[in-house]
Every structure is written in structure tokens, then in C-alpha cells.
Design a protein around this ligand. Sequence first.
Ligand SMILES: [Zn+2]
Length: 287
Amino acid sequence: MSIPNAVYRENDDDLGVPVYVTDIDKESYRNKFKYHLFCPTENCKAKLVYVQTKPAQFRTWRLEDHLSGCDYEFVRQGIKAGRSAEEINVEMKDDQRRRVLKEALELARMSEQQIENLRAKRREWRINRSPKTDKDNKGPKINVVTVDGIDEGEIAGVTYRSRPVLKRDADVLKETDIGKHRCVTGYFERQVEDEGRIIVTIFRKKTQVKIMFEEAFRANSPNFVGLFHHIDKYLSKYNEAICIGIGEVRLSKDKTQYEVQIFQGEDFTIDGMNLLGLAAHNAHEKF
Ligand SMILES: [Zn+2]
């Protein structure tokens, strides 16, 4: 969730001054504000991160907790709600899919700087691991998975030997993704119902991707079909949400954009919640 302003505080005794995203750029963030931005709510000590999206925004620093009752506390609650809803669902997908969705969300919430740090770490890792002789080269090959150049394993702290689902931001899908399963991330734009299908349009950097919920989805996850209105309800309050779906990539009929076909309810999340989790979340919200 985007937070309208932050409080800049050098140390605990400092009363702090309010700052807005427009007061900060990449340079000053790195040299001055990083580690010193906090939630604007009185007495809330949650650290914030400056994210250079367009427009730039403040978000909760990863794993930081807000004061109970803080306006910006919901992000965590949302994740909890998603988790419990998933537990209810006995036919839950394997751990890998959930992990991929979760990691994609973490990535989406990272600042440019954090992503840059991950890249630097990967380069270091590659140099240290590069085989020196032919003999060294004969070991089992490790599949290094990159998302915009980031190794997926670095987020989870593991290296995979099997082939996981590749993550793609909506604006970096390419021809070679067609026909394959991908985990696609973007911001919610709108949803429409069209001849029994539900189409959720997401975007990133002006590139739109359509997330398609069709017959296969209805058949696999009938209990999710009636829940799409919860997205609009949620957006009416938070006006921005990160959508992530695992599905098959294809080109639209007019060949102008990519579509991702989702096959089951657990494979699509809004701010980390699948539709069941979102319905549970909305039930506890005041609108
Ligand atoms: Zn707070």
C-alpha cells in the first residue's frame, strides 16, 4: 500500500520532519533518507522504503510492523487473510506455486535500490561459482532463474535444481514466453465480463496484459467465480493493487498484447490475497 508521506528522522530523539515523494530522488534517498523514513502515524515506528515507481511512493519496509491500529497496517493483515483462506482450501496447490506468487509480490514491492542490490549479489555469486576447468563443468547444471535479471533463488535463499515457474513483469513478457507458464505481475487497471469470461487488465510501465479467467477456470475453481466483485470493492478503498497470476501466456487475437490464462483460483492474487482471501479481507474492512 502506498503511504502519502513519511517522517524523516535521523535518530530516536529526533522529532522528525514530514517528507513527500517529491522531496526525494534516487540520489538523496541513497545518501540521506534511506533507513531514516518512518510511518507518519503518531507513535508508529514502522520503517518505510521509497519506491521509484511512477509516480514514486512510500511503502512499508519489508517485514516492518506498524503500530496496531495504524492506517497502514493493512498490508500485513492482508497477507494473513490470504494465508488463512488458503488453509481453508483443501485442494491447495503445491508449495512451489504459493512460494512463486509470494516472491513475485516481494519483488514488486522492492525499491529499485533493493533490486539493484540483488543484482550485485548475483554477479558476485556468479563470479565465485564460475567453473575454472572443464572437469568442474561436468557437475549437474543448476538452473538459474532470472526475473529481470534477478535470481529467484536469492530471495528464498536457495538454488533450485528443478525448473520453477519464471516470473515476468507485465512489461517484459516476450515472444518466447508464449505457450509457457509464467508468473506475471502488474498493477490492476480494470476488469470486465465478456461472454462468460472474466478479463482483468493489469499494467506495468504503460504495457497492458490481460489476465483471462475462462471455462477451465470456472471448471477448476467454481467457488472463485462469484468473487471478482471483491476486487472492485477493494480498489474503491485502496485505489492500487498488485496483481500476480500464474498461467499460460498467449498473444491476443489481434496480436497487439499478451494474455495470461489462469486455470485455478489459487493462481491469482491481489496484494497477496487470492479471491477467497480478498473476500475475507473485505468482510473485515469498513467501506
Ligand atoms: Zn504505521
